[in-house]
Design a protein around this ligand. Structure first.
Ligand code: NAI
Length: 399
């Protein structure tokens, strides 16, 4: 079959397997040629491993100096009558292929991270492949829902402001169109739902399950990813439902840090840069900021993607250092380049002039859209998109 891009709004409905492999190969190439991760972990569990920061972390830790074996948990779907499946489904398969070619273990568990059964399955995989212990646990789940296995209901995250309504623009990546919107403040249920889905609760449940199963190695670390951003984005992010969940995540990092101190380890929240991922294009009002940020940081030569962020995190902050560098709130900061005052001044000046008619020239819409397409395996110059793909055969050859 010939696989074409299909986008509805900001959601990709198709993915190109060969492009997904290409994206992984590019990231492998990048980390091989970067400052290496020294004294890194050898047995790593990544919850949320199939795209964005989690996938980049997996690539950095396997190919960027640590030579880690990995277990990756993700929630993806393969081909069905509905379509070819998600990019993350192919990312898992291709990551495994290249990790194994390099002599590393790469175990994929595609299942709901929030369930106790998945935690149990992972603990069994740790027994089988990691001699019973992990050295690092990365929690990188971004989801809109979390089943409540006790009641059979679901918590839903709602990306909304708290207290007051906020107006902002989103971009339809399907129609290349600027859409003005007003977001009404979240209800108490929506605040609570977002906290349950995106806060620290499940991260803590993972670490507790691993401690109870005696699967935590001496010196084990854990890290989850957060965002703070400049004042400009606070009404929709930091002061909104997602920000509330991130504050909860930060607090969880402190309680987990106490628990892991018993193993001479530590727990951290790492504040990352705003980037185009499957999850972030969903955040209403954030896209104009992303377009301006991309333009300014590319001009200044400071732009980083997920892979640059992760390689920097592991090689300069978490490993090969005598003490993990943190700020006054015990957060690791890899959002330093984004928050540089000169960068932010230029970004706010650009945003002030951006509107429905000029956003694609004032901001880096082209770069943002290309990155979005590439997340799903499209828009690579070296891939023949007219080639016939035998999906069943391809998947069989990778499984
Ligand atoms: P992403 O959408 O690219 O990746 C999310 C991952 O979570 C995927 O591997 C997906 O399969 C997995 N996942 C989703 N639901 C799951 C479930 N029920 N069970 C198992 N796995 C599941 O998202 P991204 O952007 O990499 O986000 C990861 C973390 O980084 C989030 O906590 C996000 O808030 C944070 N972050 C993102 C920033 C951005 O600009 N993209 C900036 C700073 C932090």
């Amino acid at each position: 079959m010939i696989i074409k891009p299909e986008i509805s709004g900001v959601i990709a409905r198709s993915a190109h397997p060969l492009g997904c492999e290409n994206a992984i190969l590019q990231q492998i190439e990048y980390v091989k040629n970067s400052d290496q991760i020294r004294q890194g972990p050898k047995r790593v569990l990544i919850v949320g491993a199939s795209s964005g920061f989690g996938l980049a972390a997996r690539i950095a830790l396997t190919f960027g100096g640590a030579q880690a074996d990995t277990i990756g948990v993700s929630f993806e779907h393969g081909p069905s009558e509905k379509g070819v499946g998600s990019a993350g489904f192919y990312n898992d398969l291709y990551f495994k292929k290249h990790a194994e070619l390099a002599g590393r273990h790469a175990i994929n568990i595609q299942a709901d991270a929030f369930s106790a059964q998945t935690k149990q399955d992972v603990i069994e995989a740790i027994e089988t492949y990691f001699e019973g212990e992990v050295d690092l646990v990365i929690y990188s789940v971004a989801s809109g829902v979390r089943p409540n296995y006790q009641t059979g209901e679901r918590w839903r995250s709602a990306i909304k402001p708290i207290g007051e309504s906020v107006s902002g623009a989103s971009i339809s990546l399907e129609k290349d169109q600027w859409i003005e919107s007003v977001l009404e403040p979240a209800s108490d249920d929506e605040i609570e739902g977002t906290l349950k889905v995106m806060g620290g609760d499940d991260w803590e449940a993972w670490i507790d399950a691993l401690i109870n199963a005696e699967s935590i190695a001496k010196g084990c670390k854990t890290v989850a990813f957060s965002y703070i951003g400049p004042e400009l984005t606070h009404p929709i992010y930091l002061d909104g439902t997602l920000g509330r969940a991130k504050v909860d995540l930060h607090q969880t990092s402190h309680s987990l840090n106490l628990k892991l101190a018993n193993f001479n380890g530590g727990a951290y929240a790492s504040v990352c840069k705003a980037l185009v991922t499957k999850a972030s294009v969903f955040i209403p009002g954030l896209t104009p900021y992303l377009m301006a940020l991309y333009r300014v940081m590319k001009e200044q030569g400071t732009h980083e993607g997920c892979i640059e962020q992760m390689q920097r995190l592991f090689s300069t902050k978490l490993y090969g250092v005598t003490k993990v560098p943190v700020d006054g709130e015990r957060l690791i900061r890899v959002d330093d380049l984004e928050l540089d005052p000169d960068t932010q001044l230029k970004v706010s000046q650009l945003i002030a002039t951006m509107n429905a008619d000029n956003f694609s020239t004032v901001g880096d819409y082209e770069g943002l859209k290309r990155e979005f397409m590439q997340l799903n395996g499209f828009d690579f110059d070296n891939i023949d998109y007219n080639a016939d793909i035998e999906l069943d055969q391809l998947i069989k050859s990778l499984s």
